[in-house]
Design a protein around this ligand. Structure first.
Ligand code: PGA
Length: 251
């Protein structure tokens, strides 16, 4: 089973509008020559429109970092999946560790958001990963399994629109990357678990990205692992050249 690797930038709460447009333009310019890897940028809500205009009709997918699960109504401050679709977004994250642990989103809320994003026709990038104390207490696989169970297999039927991002919390923004083997172990577990939640064929088609201090110099090793199908890149995605080097490593 060959899965096309998917490398996405997660810009988090960074850039101003001019910087966002400039970064998007530089990514588009470099991505033109790259084929065989799916490329995306998950940008701050307020720049989805402007960046979307730059990414339109290119090989770089427009994405968002979050969305609320209701379609519209009295939800002050929230952004719906429909609104993001209206601006051309093709994928959206759920369950990023910063939303789970800093913003304190509950598993129930993450699950509702995942359902709304997939049901609206977008590609869902569902993030899972353990904290350092959970790894130290040998709870990594149990934590990841519980986060995977936020998804509803009966509703998620198209494996091409589901992406799992395994991001150990202790590796995010810390410069401390999981070793190739540490990451592969959890990726294999996730694929095996999806085989039980869906079936083996479905599981073999879902891309599982690694995220957490992925950089040009460690990207190749990670993405050469059997079950690592791309990356979700934070810090290194804020510069077009380092992001594009990681994309290249996915070829
Ligand atoms: P990082 O972030 O690459 O800066 O570690 C990854 C992420 O949180 O998606």
């Amino acid at each position: 089973m060959t899965r096309v690797k998917f490398v996405a930038g997660n810009w988090k709460m960074n850039t101003n509008k001019a910087q966002a447009v400039e970064l998007a333009k530089a990514v588009v310019a470099g991505a033109k020559a790259i084929s065989g890897v799916q490329i995306g940028c998950a940008v701050p809500f307020v720049y989805v429109d402007a960046v979307g205009q730059v990414l339109n009709d290119t090989n770089v997918m427009l994405g968002a970092q979050d969305a609320y699960f209701e379609k519209n109504g009295a939800f002050t401050g929230e952004i719906s999946v429909e609104m993001l679709k209206d601006l051309g977004a093709k994928f959206c994250l759920t369950g990023h560790s910063e939303r789970r642990h800093v913003i304190k989103e509950t598993p129930e809320l993450v699950g509702k958001k995942a359902d709304a994003i997939y049901s609206a026709g977008l590609t869902l990038v569902h993030c899972v990963g353990e904290k350092l104390e959970e790894r130290d207490a040998n709870k990594t696989l149990a934590v990841v399994e519980a986060q995977m169970k936020e998804l509803q297999p009966a509703k998620l039927t198209d494996p091409s629109r589901l992406v799992i991002a395994y991001e150990p919390v202790w590796a995010i923004g810390t410069g401390r990357t999981a070793t190739d083997a540490q990451a592969q172990e959890v990726h294999a577990f996730i694929r095996d678990l999806m085989g039980k939640m869906w079936n083996a064929d479905f599981a073999s088609k879902v891309r599982i990205q690694y995220g957490g201090s992925m950089k040009p110099d460690n990207a190749k090793g990670l993405m050469s692992q059997k079950d690592i199908d791309g990356g979700l890149i934070g810090g290194a995605a804020l510069k077009a050249d380092s992001f594009l080097k990681i994309v290249e490593a996915g070829k």
